[in-house]
Design a binder for this molecule. Sequence first.
Ligand SMILES: [Zn+2]
Ligand SMILES: [Zn+2]
Length: 153
Amino acid sequence: MRLELLKLNIEEGSSQSFQFEETSVGDLSGITLLEPVTGHFVLSNLGIGYQLSGTFATKVSQPCVRCLEPVIQNIEFDVNETYLLDTGDEPDQEDVFSLASDILDVSDIVRQNLLVEVDEFPLCREDCKGLCPVCGVDLNKTTCSHQKSLEEK
Ligand SMILES: [Zn+2]
Ligand SMILES: [Zn+2]
């Protein structure tokens, strides 16, 4: 979802509400969306730029860092960011960004915020035994001779 800010014609000091629903928000590096990202947000014209505030939700799957079994996670997150027009340099405030054009790429904003919310090191379960480093079997499901020899040492 890309918004052409000037075409929206939001008057300075007022705002407009939007619904968001996208089955893809771009490259999520190994994370799979099991459901579209849905949400709603309000875009306010501040004069010097625009403020976006909204809530988004989805369900993702990513491989367990130890055994590679899929780990499902429900994600819900808020976005509160300000985008300044024509500032030239990058603002040093948190959650304030400068806009290179009059196009606001909402999908990309959602993507970046989603990546922050997702578990960095997902585990299928707390005590996941992982894969055997020698033969690669899933040690949650089976054992192999390599494990016995490791334990004996
Ligand atoms: Zn696992
Ligand atoms: Zn093994």
